[in-house]
Write a protein that binds this ligand. Sequence first.
Ligand code: 5GP
Length: 233
Amino acid sequence: MTLVYEGKAKRVFNTDDNNIYRIEYKDEVTAGNGAKKDKMEGKGRLNNLITSYFFERLAKEGVDSHFIERTSDTEQLVKKVTIIPLEVVVRNFAAGSIVKRLGFENGQTFEKPLVEFYYKEDALNDPFISDDHVKLLDLANDEDIAELKRQALIVNETLIKIMDEMNLKLIDFKIEFGKDSEGKILLADEISPDTCRIWDKETNENFDKDVYRNDTGSLIETYTKFYNKLEEL
Ligand code: 5GP
């Protein structure tokens, strides 16, 4: 099957069905727009299992996504969509770039979830952009922007609920959306510890890629611990 696209963490292949892609999760981890890069055996499996779980739970809560089914430890079938080059970030607590940029205290609670857009463009380092920039760049119109925010907030509520069941808190996350052949906006890409910040409710211990970004622990051990908690649900 022909390779359509290879990203930092996944490969996308065509299938016999013109409306379906096969995604393969790679054993690679990067941070800082590829500045830091490592191969980690088992990472593709963990992120595929975790993403599949989240997309299945989200579907039950009424949030459709590109996800069709998981077909192996490292592969899943998804609906073909054209990715909108936007990273939609939702933040419930201050951490990461917003702490550096705007001086919030690490871990500070936001009264209501904050939704932000980043322009998905490696050459520009995925810069933060306003709604007006989104329109100026012709990435989405007003109606699309409202829909992206609406879906992002439902994803947030669902993920908070799942994390809560695991005694964890959802600090923030990044999601991506695509448009299907009928122009419908569908949640796409992945939802995993690569794309979320997740802290233990009591100890604030990290269950996400920050252990790799900040060199504070083993990524595979951390993701395995997270997956084991998820399996207990
Ligand atoms: P920040 O803007 O603080 O760096 O990231 C906010 C949230 O979005 C974090 O949960 C982070 O993991 C996620 N995020 C932002 N940009 C990216 C990205 O390019 N790749 C991945 N995997 N996650 C991202």
